[in-house]
Design a protein around this ligand. Structure first.
Ligand SMILES: [Zn+2]
Length: 133
């Protein structure tokens, strides 16, 4: 096999798209040709890098955390529509409640700051700027 032929097949080799015979020929060439082997290594590393960017391997811990949730989702898909809607509705309601609580906390915080300004320094707060003199 000539170097050009081998180099044309390097990406197919890395993607495991060569049949057994082709694969053997290319590998044999790589064993003896440093130029092609270097190209193969560079391409392989590049492809590996791209794959890592595309889909990072899920960590085992993460998978353990996700699996029960996934199982629950799958189990829920099998429920009749009425039950599924009821569950989704109650989830929506609880999320809206969380939102309201969060909103109220922010409002209360703002109100506390404003009120404390009035209580500590009523005149300064009323005019909205520091007093002079
Ligand atoms: Zn070569």
């Amino acid at each position: 096999m000539r170097c050009e032929e081998v180099q044309e097949q390097l990406s197919a080799l890395i993607d495991e798209q060569l049949n057994h015979g082709e694969r053997e020929q290319v590998m044999l060439h790589l064993l003896h040709c440093e130029t092609c082997f270097r190209q193969y290594e560079e391409l392989r590393q590049f492809v590996e890098f791209c794959r890592q960017l595309e889909s990072p391997e899920p960590r085992i811990d993460l998978w353990r955390e996700l699996q029960p949730a996934l199982a629950q989702i799958v189990a829920e898909q099998r429920l009749p529509l009425s039950q599924r809607l009821r569950r989704q509705w109650s989830r929506l309601v609880s999320q809206v409640c969380y939102g309201i609580i969060l909103f109220l906390q922010v409002v209360t915080y703002q109100l506390t700051i404003t009120l404390s300004r009035y209580i500590m320094e009523p005149e300064r707060a009323a005019y909205g700027r520091p007093m002079r003199g």
